[in-house]
Ligand binder design. Structure first.
Ligand code: ADP
Ligand code: 5GP
Length: 219
């Protein structure tokens, strides 16, 4: 799926939030979305949990001690933070603000508590998408297939999935991630449409004025 227009209108960056119960597929979808549109920035969260075998410091997360996390939180360095499965997670404020100021959109893989805090602080700039698994069984199979967490962690995440899922009803969009390709198409469609919203294109006024002037001159 390609972008509709190559004309460059000054835009305000948006915050594109993906949430889901662990294992429903948001990390996979985030990666595919950023391959499709490399201009989309990714907010790299800080966390106090240990890295999974495949995770890379600074790419997947900023892995920090609880002491360091609390210090940064108390200095106001996070846009939002939450306790999820007994570990702290947070969005560092500075890189997000820099990207938005430069007109870049930023993707967030955060839970419902984080989505709620972003909505409260920047409603007009936040678009939220909830990713549901096609069934409880598929969710468990995916958590097991990922094979990155020990069985007791998988069990804890399955037990917590109901609590995450019940927050789907405050999200702007909901995707049932059954067929991955179809889910990616849906997320691309949401991003394209949200970027075209009039209030996200402050440069439109100048663009239209120029067309109006050219029309008069052409008369
Ligand atoms: P999350 O980030 O939501 O915890 P992941 O993106 O890590 O979930 O996905 C969990 C597992 O499910 C991964 O092994 C991934 O390859 C797989 N997966 C993701 N989406 C689908 C899908 N639509 N169909 C089948 N497997 C999927
Ligand atoms: P995981 O440990 O599987 O990477 O993530 C567990 C949960 O924490 C997921 O629901 C993920 O979206 C959420 N999460 C990751 N980073 C952040 C963050 O910065 N803030 C919040 N609120 N949640 C996060």
């Amino acid at each position: 799926m390609s972008e509709p227009s190559k004309i460059n209108i000054n835009r305000r960056g948006l915050m594109f939030v993906l949430s889901s119960p662990s294992g429903a597929g948001k990390t996979t979808l985030s990666k595919l979305l950023r391959e499709w549109d490399p201009s989309l920035g990714l907010s790299i969260s800080a966390t106090t949990r240990s890295p999974r075998p495949s995770e890379v410091e600074g790419e997947d997360y900023l892995f920090v001690s609880t002491q360091e996390f609390l210090k940064q939180r108390d200095r106001g360095e996070f846009l939002e933070w939450a306790l999820v499965f007994e570990h702290y997670y947070a969005t560092p404020r500075k890189p997000v603000e820099q990207a938005l100021d430069a007109g870049r959109d930023v993707l967030f893989d955060i839970d419902w508590q984080g989505a709620e805090q972003l909505r409260e602080s920047a409603r007009d700039d936040v678009v939220t998408v909830f990713v549901l698994p096609p069934s409880a069984q598929a969710l468990e199979e995916r958590l097991q297939k990922r094979a990155q967490d020990p069985p007791e962690v998988v069990a804890k995440r399955m037990a917590g999935a109901g609590n995450e899922i019940r927050h789907y009803d405050v999200y702007d969009y909901v995707i049932i991630n059954d067929d991955l390709e179809q889910s990616l198409k849906s997320i691309q469609a949401i991003l394209i449409a949200e970027r075209l919203k009039r209030n996200r294109q402050p440069g439109l006024q100048e663009f239209v004025s120029q067309i109006e002037k050219d029309l008069i001159l052409g008369e």
